[in-house]
Ligand binder design. Structure first.
Ligand code: ADP
Length: 505
């Protein structure tokens, strides 16, 4: 008898398959990293064929570790790095070039040109909830059609299709070229393309026209929780694919943030805070994104406000890989604990500009406030504090946009094992920070969406029961100290702006 749900988590650095039981516990996991391809400064690519091969391997690996086969799996869900754009030939199954990753900034010129048509960076915001930025998929697709030999002709002939990683994996899992794979995405991924109207949940022909993207390339938009098709072949043969959520929306779902006003913050390569705003789309006046949080089957869509921060955990990696001050990421905590405070140093990691709430592509990183007193312990602290300060900026924006101050913050992701950071986070936000027992919220969220679609879990109440608190950090900093250090942070941010000149790539 089948008794588990599988989840495929196609992330920026790796692909994982996790098997969950009814209590939301992890039964098995297999994971494979893929190559990060940097052809030039600012460009980031992935080989989509490598990712598909890794996906097949980790599905087989996870099932083997748990000694299970497809008969034991009721459904499979997919969660994925969002925005990363792929174009492939549906007659051959071959990508026309590498996938262009969300962090890639090559489309700045395309974005600037579109902004000049009128409305500036906010040209499409009322419809799609997003500012014009290199981050989102549509300008990446436009770049591929403009720059890959023969791509535009083939696209206009109807041979090329677009998809984010969810769509690419679903198409391959459900049969690809040979057996008519389905070309579908879910509302959460579609909401990050800049092409989906947030109200109608359908592609906007006018925007696609301005972006010069043929409508025939776009996948069909479905809910986040329904049966899209069955796996054809492979270790999960015959298993329905029944849930898709972009990674941050999946983490929100895995954290069971089902009530209006609940929020989660994921601390990974970057940070992503999502606040559930219910059936209401809240337009941001403070640099946040309005996005679809999830849509379960025929139910109404639930929206979210999102604060996306490009560099948080990756600053720790940078300390490790580019400076060699630490050998492993966890060592940063020991180094930070060697001093009492940041010694006056502030590190603003605007390595690829600043995302929320600033959206400044002209910013670059800065380490300020240095004196002879500052040592590597202080810098380690400044690195950790950078994550907490950036989160405070986003939380302030959320409170301003929603009008309701957040009371506590649910956290997850690779950095939340860092107790020093979590305590400082509670101090600087002045709200409780709460870590759940199941930390794998992203994969869990996609499993939940798939399991709901096939009746493995009955309803949201079933899922709420699986959530348990592991640890809570309460604020322990006096107001004066908090506001003084945050004021310094804001000053440090101003030092990073206006750095990139127009004549420099
Ligand atoms: P992603 O899903 O974005 O790949 P993860 O959630 O796996 O990221 O988190 C990995 C990030 O967490 C890395 O950037 C790493 O530098 C950071 N990290 C891991 N352990 C620690 C730690 N103990 N303290 C601070 N940062 C850490």
């Amino acid at each position: 008898m089948a008794e588990y749900i599988a989840s495929i988590d196609q992330g920026t650095t790796s692909t994982r398959c996790m098997i969950f039981d009814k209590s939301g516990s992890v039964i098995a996991v297999d994971q494979k990293e893929h190559e990060q391809i940097f052809p030039r400064a600012g460009w980031v690519e992935h080989d989509a064929t490598e990712i598909w091969n890794n996906t097949r391997d980790v599905i087989g690996g996870a099932l083997a570790k748990a000694n299970l086969n497809s008969d034991n799996i009721d459904a499979v869900g997919i969660t994925n790095q969002r925005e990363t754009a792929l174009v492939w030939d549906k007659t051959t199954g071959e990508p026309v070039c590498n996938a262009i990753v969300w962090q890639d900034t090559r489309t700045q010129k395309i974005c600037d040109e579109l902004a000049e048509l009128g409305g500036g960076a906010e040209r499409y915001k009322a419809k799609v909830g997003l500012p014009l930025a290199t981050y989102f998929s549509a300008p990446k697709v436009r770049w591929i059609l403009d720059n890959v030999d023969g791509a535009r002709e083939k696209a206009e002939a109807g041979d090329l299709v677009f998809g984010n990683m969810d769509t690419w994996l679903l198409w391959n899992l459900t049969g690809g070229v040979e057996r008519g794979g389905v070309h579908v995405t879910d509302v959460t991924n579609a909401s990050r393309t800049m092409l989906m109207d947030l109200t109608t949940l359908s592609w906007d022909e006018e925007i696609a026209g301005e972006m010069k993207i043929p409508m025939s390339m776009l996948p069909e938009i479905k809910s986040s929780s329904e049966v899209y098709g069955e796996c054809q072949g492979g270790a999960l043969r015959g298993t329905p694919v029944a849930g898709i959520l972009g990674d941050q929306q999946a983490a929100t779902f895995g954290q069971v943030c089902f009530e209006v006003g609940t929020a989660k913050n994921t601390y990974g390569t970057g940070n992503f805070m999502l606040l559930n705003t219910g059936e209401e789309q809240v337009p941001s006046e403070n640099g946040l994104l309005t996005t679809v949080c999830y849509k379960i089957g025929d139910n109404k869509p639930i929206y979210a406000l999102e604060g996306a921060i490009a560099v948080t955990g990756s600053l720790v990696q940078w300390m490790r890989d580019n400076l060699g001050i630490i050998k492993t990421a966890p060592e940063i905590e020991d180094l930070a604990a060697s001093v009492d405070d940041n010694g006056g140093a502030y590190f603003v990691p605007a390595f690829s500009g600043l995302f929320a709430p600033h959206w400044r592509s002209d910013a670059r990183g800065a380490l300020v406030g240095l004196t002879r007193f500052v040592n590597k312990g202080h810098i380690a602290r400044a690195v950790l504090e950078a994550t907490a300060f950036q989160t405070r900026e986003v939380l302030d924006a959320m409170n301003a946009d929603s009008g309701v101050p957040l009371k506590e913050l649910r956290v997850d992701g690779g950095m939340v094992v860092n107790e020093t950071l979590m305590q400082f986070q509670a101090d600087i936000l002045d709200v409780d920070v709460v870590r759940p027992k199941v930390a794998e919220t992203t994969a869990l969220g996609a499993a939940y969406a798939a399991g709901l679609a096939v009746g493995y879990w009955a309803d949201e109440d079933d899922l709420r029961q699986n959530w348990g608190e592991d640890k809570r950090w309460t604020p322990n900093m006096d107001d004066d100290a908090r506001e003084k250090t945050y004021r310094n942070w804001k000053k440090a941010v101003t030092k990073t702006l206006d750095w990139v000149d127009d004549d420099v790539d």
